[in-house]
Design a protein around this ligand. Structure first.
Ligand SMILES: Nc1ncnc2c1ncn2[C@@H]1O[C@H](COP(=O)(O)OP(=O)(O)OP(=O)(O)O)[C@@H](O)[C@H]1O
Ligand SMILES: [Zn+2]
Length: 678
């Protein structure tokens, strides 16, 4: 029973920590398979070539029968070749019915007691009492006595047997490096790969002429400020002389800073596309691979490629993977990262400014970067790429629906409003999910309903087919109606868009409240209104059943967080005052922590914080119960409609409750009606 979901949605596009394109694990597996195949081939092709070991007496018998063609002797060991294949040990006689199985004699030590094998070559040992007659006996029976080891099998077989594994392994390595080199995008073919390809950068290259891949500012929307800052870079790439004419130096490096999926890569590609120059891109995580020294070699190669094709853009994604301040790097990867970073700095320092090469790099954790990277002449320009606002989201949606047939009822405006906190990548994903859903429903075009269902799926996870009892369903309906009714009656609450008692992901039901506009500054009364709404589910259950369930866990968690922030961050408790008691939040990735671990306040202060959090929550809980009691008939009306239809739209909610939309917050609410003195 999830409460409001108006807080920022889970980001869909967070990058994996590292993205090695050549997982070593896979290659070891291949290696093992090659060895195994090699073994099987040799043992199948030349089974007779592994000699059997026979007792001396058997050897003598075979010589006597004239079945031995040649031998070679060294010390007491004899190797030789039979004329006709011999099987040893003799196969056990088939057991006849009615007779006891023949007793097997215990083998002597050293006696061949493995399974029977048939072979044309053999080895044997001379007994300690040397058989003086052996030589004449052998000569009598036309046995060739050789002074050099007998060649076993044909020359070809020997060659294959001897060199086969080595050839296979070498072939395998060549193939592997070819592949590794090919993965460097379109560069592979002409440059060849071979054994030396490993130090070659695997940069992806998109050419200006490559129309299918060309990205321009047309494709980038909703992040106009960042875009505007990069227009100058485009100008510079198009006409470098104009800028350096009066002795000014060209920009070398630009750092793009922003949350995952905000379009940093897209922006970099658009700069290249607009300027009509080739774009070499690489993820820093890929620089650091299994073999020491490879990272630096790749950097060298990447810059060389760019210089050969200048003017050009080099884009390094996730630069924090190698650009971490020294000392912050985990042991082990340190020297490799340092070398790679050093190589980048060297390359950038080597620019005279006339090459027409600009390095763009992206990160979402700028504070961990090594100072050396940020010095003048390196990444001295920073462009912040923010999450898009409502108008920006609308513009981004427009970019991504360009190739999607839309039904007449689709309102991108409404979707933009319903998606605060979504990045460009999230919005792209939303359009894609909606199109897939419409296709699955065999619709001719994508309808608003498809978008809303896709949104619900993205934020909360797919529908979960749970068989709920009648009582459970009713209880969930009261819980969600509690949230929804308070969303309508508490002044300043976010409008309620949708209520549903269809289980999804972790939630058994859900009430959607989305702010009318993006908020950057939250009034205290609004925060209290939210806490009251969050506690509405539990309050309704208490009011109707007089008992409690676990269903409010998530609501309680959210309400507590909000109340704690009010006290420790935003100075909204008179008892505590205007003191910062919680670490600031990382603009791009959430809380960053005080560092050092130790809380910078006393036990007494901790107790006072807890007391204040309790006071706020308690007051809001009381308000929730009182307001629901006052609007009991609206609550009952909504529950009836929910049990019947499961999911209600904004209009259906207003109809079922008989309530008008929530009143706007008064401009000076000071102590609004949610304020309550216990
Ligand atoms: N502002 C935007 N306008 C249009 N499309 C966008 C925008 N931002 C992101 N997208 C879409 O999302 C995709 C992924 O974005 P992109 O890879 O550029 O984000 P990023 O900031 O580089 O993310 P990461 O930090 O994860 O590398 C883009 O290819 C594009 O289709
Ligand atoms: Zn709830």
């Amino acid at each position: 029973m999830n409460g409001q979901t108006s807080s920022s949605p889970p980001t869909q596009n967070s990058p994996p920590a590292t993205r090695p394109t050549m997982p070593p694990r896979k290659y070891w597996l291949w290696f093992a398979i090659v060895l195994l195949v090699n073994f099987l081939i040799t043992s199948y092709l030349f089974p007779g070539d592994s000699p059997i070991t026979v007792p001396y007496t058997v050897f003598r018998d075979e010589v006597g029968k004239g079945n031995v063609s040649a031998i070679y002797s060294r010390g007491t060991g004899i190797e030789g070749r039979f004329k006709a294949p011999v099987t040893w040990p003799p196969p056990a006689p088939a057991k006849e019915p009615g007779q006891p199985a023949p007793q097997r004699q215990r083998p002597l030590p050293g006696e061949n007691h493995g399974p029977s094998r048939t072979a044309t070559t053999f080895t044997t040992e001379l007994p300690a009492f040397f058989d003086r007659n052996l030589e004449s006996f052998l000569l009598q029976h036309d046995v060739e006595i050789s002074a050099v080891p007998l060649q076993q099998g044909s020359t070809l077989a020997t060659l294959l047997f001897g060199f086969g594994p080595a050839l296979l392994i070498i072939g395998f390595y060549v193939w592997m490096y070819r592949r590794a080199a090919k993965q460097g995008g379109g560069m592979g073919g002409g440059l060849g790969g071979g054994l030396f390809g490993i130090g070659r950068s695997k940069a992806k290259r998109y050419d200006a002429a490559d129309a299918a891949h060309r990205v321009t500012f047309e494709d980038v929307a909703g992040i106009d400020e960042a875009e505007n800052e990069l227009v100058e870079i485009v100008q510079f790439l198009k006409n470098p002389q104009k800028y350096t004419r009066l002795g000014g130096t060209a920009p070398k490096g630009v750092l793009l800073i922003g949350a995952p999926g905000t379009g940093k890569t897209l922006l970099a590609r658009a700069v290249a596309g607009e300027a009509g120059v080739p774009f070499f891109s690489m993820s820093a995580a890929e620089f650091v691979e299994m073999i020491v020294g490879v990272g630096a070699a790749r950097v060298r190669d990447l810059f060389k490629q760019a210089r050969d094709n200048a003017p050009a853009i080099i884009f390094i994604d996730e630069i924090d993977a190698i650009g971490r301040a020294r000392g912050q790097i985990a042991i082990g990867g340190a020297s490799e990262q340092e070398q790679t970073l050093q190589q980048i700095l060297t390359e950038m320092d080597g620019f005279t400014g006339r090459e027409g090469i600009i390095v763009l790099a992206a990160t979402n954790t700028p504070d961990v970067l090594d100072r050396a990277l940020l010095r003048p002449g390196r990444f001295d320009r920073r462009v912040v790429v923010n999450l898009p606002d409502k108008a920006g989201r609308n513009a981004i949606l427009q970019v991504h629906v360009r190739k999607v047939p839309l039904a007449a009822d689709v309102s991108l405006e409404e979707l933009a409003q319903a998606t605060p906190g979504f990045s460009g990548a999230d919005l792209k994903n939303l359009v894609n999910e909606a199109a897939l859903l419409a296709a699955r429903r065999d619709e001719a075009s994508v309808q608003q309903k498809d978008f809303l269902d896709a949104l619900e799926k993205i934020v909360l996870g797919p529908e979960r087919p749970l068989l709920l009892s009648r009582d459970d369903r009713e209880r969930i309906a009261y819980h969600e109606s509690g949230h929804a009714v308070l969303g309508l009656v508490v002044p300043g609450a976010d409008p309620v868009h949708r209520v549903s008692i269809v289980p999804r992901g972790q939630a058994l039901g859900v009430t959607y409240q989305r702010p009318q506009t993006d908020r950057y500054n939250y009034p205290e009364a609004y925060l209290r209104a939210r806490i009251v709404g969050m506690l509405g589910g539990r309050a309704a259950e208490e009011l109707v059943y007089g008992t409690r369930t676990t269903g409010a866990e998530n609501d309680i968690e959210q309400a507590t967080n909000l109340a704690r922030n009010m006290v420790t961050r935003w100075g909204m408790s008179d008892a505590i005052g205007l003191v910062q008691l919680a670490p600031p939040q990382n603009q791009f990735l959430g809380t960053s922590g005080f560092g050092g671990g130790e809380k910078p306040f006393s036990e007494q202060t901790a107790a006072r914080i807890d007391a204040e959090v309790h006071r706020i929550i308690h007051a809001c809980h009381e308000d929730a119960k009182r307001l629901l009691d006052e609007h009991r008939s609206s609550l009952e009306g909504l529950v009836r409609a929910l049990l019947q239809k499961e999911t209600l739209s904004e209009q259906e909610i207003l109809d079922a409750t008989g309530l008008p939309p929530a009143p706007e917050l008064q401009s000076r609410p000071l102590h609004d009606l949610t304020q309550h003195t216990p």
